[in-house]
Design a protein around this ligand. Structure first.
Ligand SMILES: *Cc1c(COP(=O)(O)O)cnc(C)c1O
Length: 425
């Protein structure tokens, strides 16, 4: 027997691992044992390391389902990790709303009431410049509703520099055209002027759309038209700010926000709830009261409506308390450095090759393209990447030049101990 085969844990020893003991209590011993045997086979075939047998078995369990992940990638709004984690207050609100709740009833008089009115009130209070507010399933749904209700059979005037692919092959232009609106593209990829818009606006125009290129930057010889200039053209302007910042953020000076877009004359602003706002997946519609009412009454609105759990989480997010995304934006790099040093020292004491490393974190798909945030990580041998990914909770870092970096910007300080445990288990 070769040496590495000898390092493959015996079935009974593997089954004694606490993660598999708890899985066996849930699922019965049969499927758990089968998962261990399959993982041992993979280790014998050299597909996984002998040390990873238990982790691979855990990952392969039949009801593994969605698993909790510690985001040590340094990407704050990570689409593949579900974007914004909810605040503790929002989680509590979701739990409370999961039973019967007065989402569409006024308990004072026992009658039916506007669905989600308390969440709408919280959103309206957060953006006083909005005459009306509505919430749909996500940012894309907000755009579809606006395009359908305000421009079906007519034209949406949009800059060629803002024809964005939002991810996984989905492109905003295709989404807009799917509503029956026609796109009137103006300008070029790098430059669009006020005159380009003015020349395209006519009797067929539904609205002018301004889209925030939230996942790329065009630099060099560029020009774009600000919202107030577009509003001066006399045609309704819809602004897709993407990120969901409700007001300007000091750390992200170039990121558009709802209050500023409305103050600049936008008729309607659309945004996501689960990017920089740090709430649940949702599409926010803010703007002119009559227009928002039209959208709210459109038949399609019923197909795009959000459920009570989303309304509960959104309301709690808006009512305050710090959510993880804004907290990650505000992290003090010196505090991150102190944590990285302490964590690395602790791991070295356990014989692990760990060193603190200065890094650049990013906002991610949620906005602020090209903007980096100074951060600190614990740097480990790359071999830890897979093991940590398969752990419970899973830990996802990023691999750079042969090292695994566990960036602490999106890891709450009270979870450093779990990172240590994940590396030593
Ligand atoms: C993210 C984004 C969208 C899509 O919003 P979802 O909530 O993902 O549907 C649309 N436009 C912009 C500018 C975005 O950044």
């Amino acid at each position: 027997m070769t040496d590495f085969r000898r390092r493959i844990p015996r079935t009974d020893l593997a089954l004694a691992d606490p993660r598999l003991v708890s899985a066996a209590a849930r699922l019965g011993r049969g499927p758990v044992k089968a998962a261990v045997v399959a993982a041992q086979q993979r280790a014998r075939g050299g597909e996984i390391a002998p040390e990873d047998v238990v982790a691979a078995a855990v990952a392969a369990l039949p009801d593994a389902g969605m698993r909790p992940v510690i985001n040590a990638t340094g990407v704050i709004v990570h689409t593949n990790l579900g974007r914004a984690p909810l605040s503790a207050a929002a989680v509590d609100a979701v739990v409370d709303a999961a039973g019967y709740t007065d989402v569409e009833l006024d308990l004072a008089d026992g009658r039916r009431a506007r669905r989600g009115r308390t969440a709408m009130a919280a959103l309206a209070a957060a953006v006083p410049g909005a005459g009306g507010v509505h919430v749909v399933n996500n940012g894309a749904a907000a755009l579809v509703l606006a395009a359908t209700a305000l421009a079906a059979g007519r034209e949406i005037v949009v800059s060629r520099g803002e024809m964005v692919e939002i991810g996984d092959g989905f492109r905003l232009p295709d989404l807009l055209v799917s509503t029956g609106a026609r796109l009137r593209e103006v300008g070029t990829t790098n430059r669009t002027t006020r005159a380009d818009y003015a020349g395209a606006i006519g009797p067929d125009t539904g609205f002018v759309l301004k889209v925030h290129p939230s996942n790329f930057v065009v630099s060099g010889f560029t020009s774009a038209v600000p919202v107030d200039d577009l509003a001066g053209l006399g045609t309704p302007v819809v602004v897709d700010i993407g990120s969901g910042l409700l007001a300007p953020h000091p750390v992200l000076p170039d990121e558009p926000d709802a209050a500023s877009a409305l103050a600049a004359g936008a008729m309607l602003v659309t945004a996501s709830g689960d990017k920089l706002l740090g709430g649940p997946q949702a599409g926010l519609l803010l703007g002119d009261a009559d227009i928002v009412e039209r959208l709210r009454r459109h038949p399609l609105a019923r197909a795009l409506r959000v459920d009570k759990l989303t309304l509960a989480a959104l309301e709690a997010t808006l009512r305050g308390g710090t959510a993880p995304v804004p907290a990650a934006l505000d992290e003090d790099p010196e505090a991150l450095r102190a944590r990285a040093e302490a964590l690395a020292a602790g791991l070295r004491a356990d014989g692990i090759d760990a060193v603190p490393a200065a890094t650049d974190a990013v906002v991610g798909g949620g906005g602020a393209p090209g903007r980096t945030l100074p951060s600190w990580a614990v740097s480990l041998p790359e071999a830890y990447a897979r093991r940590l990914r398969l752990g419970d909770p899973a830990v996802l870092g990023r691999v750079e030049r042969g090292r695994l970096l566990l960036d602490l910007r999106c890891v709450p300080a009270d979870r450093d101990r779990e990172l240590h445990a994940a590396c030593t288990s």
